[in-house]
Design a protein around this ligand. Sequence first.
Ligand code: F0G
Length: 460
Amino acid sequence: MKTIIEPFRIKVVEPIRMTTRAERERILAEAGYNVFLIRAEDVLIDLLTDSGTGAMSSLQWAGVMRGDESYAGARSWYVLRDKIRELTGFEHVLPTHQGRASERILFELIGGRGKIVPNNSHFDTTRANVEHTGAQAVDLVIDEGKDPRSKHPFKGNMDLAKLEALFERVRRELPPGGTLRDRIPVAMVTVTNNSGGGQPVSLENLRAVRKLCDRYGVPFFLDACRFAENAWFIKTREPGQQDRSVRDIVREMFDLCDGATISAKKDGIVNIGGLLLLRDPELVRRADELLILTEGFITYGGLAGRDLEAMAQGFEEVVHEDYLQYRIRSTAYLGEALLRAGVQIVEPPGGHAIYIDARHFCPHIPPAQFPGQALVCGLYRHAGIRGVEIGSVMFGGGGTPPPMELVRLAIPRRVYTQSHIDYVIEAIGELFARRGELRGLEIVEQQPSLRHFTCRFRET
Ligand code: F0G
């Protein structure tokens, strides 16, 4: 059969509510043209994020009832720990309340002034957590990863030449007796590369980063939020990987690294949760200390027993291949339809989201007037759809413009049906035909860090 179906049926439904254009106009103005400041009930189709917005399965909800809420040594903790050990091979599993809590603990331990952390592309919270310690975050994704039109199958790959050049340069600057690890405490790779279009990283690239890190004595970590989606791309796109199971590929991805930060709100298919995976026993000891100080005891982190139980089941379901086939296919369905309508997206379609090239959509709006944000506002005003800007608003606060002006339409896991997505396609097609009416914006209020969450705009 050519038709790929949702490998589930729906047991519980949640009503969504349409608003009028006049209502949306008022809501948008009251929110200072920042869709993070809109009430979710005023949104019809919410594509703001795929994080924590997934639908849990009947088995996950059953796990919620089974949750053991004991303070220490809860049964639910061992269920989760064993599932993560089985999937990743990591002995040391630290539970946190979400990905950024793992990042904060990690970088508090290994970051610091004068240090440099390379990544293919840092996600915004990862960058902020690195920089918060005084360290510098550098993005070294391959050039194809910055070109929306490049059809490279693994646009999330790390640029190995640039990584080696960084290692060499910093090594030359070391004082006598200094080790590279003192200056570059970790090299990270984000799978899939969220800030660069949800694009995957090949196994070949991960193996090469591992080798390079070994040669220079630098630890290698994954930001593994979307590890299962990345593994599916490896299975379907990378020569020689077709006959391997996703589980097997996932295991190799984790075997290659010394540690990982994970937000379970993505491929854990839960509404809250995170993990920090480590191998180095000394780092584990110090991380446990910080975990207890700021998150909670080592057998629950910042979570309830029921959350641990739902996570364990989510991490099981996410590597099911019928789920991944449906997941990646349904994202591509949106992307292919937009391309047919003439809308430039980051090609090929990513795993968890479609990224519209806002420079192409709004050529009449200069980067200084935030073409991505103008498109986000246009989509909400026109059809009640909420996307998010990933461009000069999110990353331009420091003065350097980012390589792309994108609008991300993230697809929550197992939440919307094909007709919801058909509505999104129709709405964007209509907006594209009238794109000359979209107006630029200027910021009237902002915070010094992570400004996109709370800043307010005025239309120009
Ligand atoms: N790393 C990546 C690649 C992410 O996409 C995110 C979150 C995080 C780390 C942080 O995880 O939210 O659990 O603290 N991304 C969400 C998004 C917020 O919308 O892409 P968190």
